[in-house]
Write a protein that binds this ligand. Structure first.
Ligand SMILES: Nc1ncnc2c1ncn2[C@@H]1O[C@H](COP(=O)(O)OP(=O)(O)OP(=O)(O)O)[C@@H](O)[C@H]1O
Length: 253
């Protein structure tokens, strides 16, 4: 399992300084949530970590290796992957085919839609394992477009897991879900704890406080506190930062 060290990271959009001299340690194997008020810079930070958008300055070390200048595909190849918010599901393909393509991409082969029978069987068997992990194996033969929103999110998770990341960046995995769908997704994420390192951005505070080993709080591009859910819950600066934000009431007491 892999860890991430971020030192003095910066990013501006024009005159707007979004990530501000940010330092953060993600320990191998932990589920580390990053929370903060709207516009604090959470998604921007994730895009910087994934390599989707370049940083202005600072240092990002993945398992001790400097990855600042690596492209997003190069980071994925090392085992640092991002999921959610940007979906790559092919709606006309079956659920199984979508995951099989993710397995195939991980294997290093380019997307090929016509495969040797033996290779196809191996890919499908592997894909079924990931579908079973998210309890979608019963829907393997459905077109992805036929899935409910909650099942869509499960499929995205299966595809992310199929890329076998060492560290997974999850951006609002519960967005648009509620009730039983959200609970089921929380259970699926809980089941991944200890298997891979997870960095989680999520607005559902109940989910964050139940899932996270540690939480960092981002305000105006700076980390103002890092600690266990218990420590963050009792941190006066955190509560003050959320004052006037509707999520403040959601921080579990
Ligand atoms: N591509 C961009 N160009 C210009 N400004 C941007 C861009 N992306 C984000 N911003 C600005 O950067 C700031 C941080 O945005 P970001 O989306 O990272 O915050 P966030 O904490 O993820 O917000 P939310 O919780 O609302 O999703 C905001 O003021 C936003 O308007």
């Amino acid at each position: 399992m892999s860890g991430l060290s971020v030192r003095n990271l910066n990013k501006s959009y024009g005159a707007l300084r979004v990530t501000h001299d940010l330092s953060l340690d993600i320990h191998p194997g932990e589920l580390h949530a990053i929370i903060g008020p709207n516009g604090a810079g959470k998604t921007t930070l994730i895009t910087q970590l994934s390599g989707q958008s370049p940083s202005d300055s600072g240092e990002i070390l993945f398992d001790g290796r400097d990855i600042m200048r690596l492209s997003m595909p190069e980071r994925v190849h090392l085992g640092l992957a991002r999921s959610f918010q940007i979906t790559s599901i092919l709606p006309k393909f079956t659920v199984l085919e979508n995951v099989a393509l993710a397995v195939q991409a991980k294997d290093g082969s380019s997307f090929r839609f016509f495969r040797a029978v033996a290779q196809e069987a191996r890919l499908n068997a592997r894909a079924m394992e990931f579908l079973a992990q998210v309890s979608l194996d019963q829907s393997a033969d459905l077109p992805a477009s036929a899935l409910s929103h909650g099942d869509h999110r499960r499929l995205e998770l299966a595809m992310a897991l199929a890329s076998e990341p060492k560290l997974l960046l999850l951006d609002e995995p519960l967005a648009g879900t509620g009730g039983q769908d959200a609970e089921a997704l929380v259970d699926l994420l809980a089941a991944q704890k200890g298997r891979i390192t997870i960095v989680l951005i999520e607005h559902d505070m109940g989910a964050v406080f139940s899932l996270a080993d540690r939480i960092s709080v981002l305000v105006y591009g700076e980390i103002i506190a890092t600690g266990t859910p218990e420590e963050i819950r009792n941190n006066a600066a955190v509560r003050a930062a959320y004052l006037g934000d509707e999520e403040a009431e959601e921080i579990p007491c």
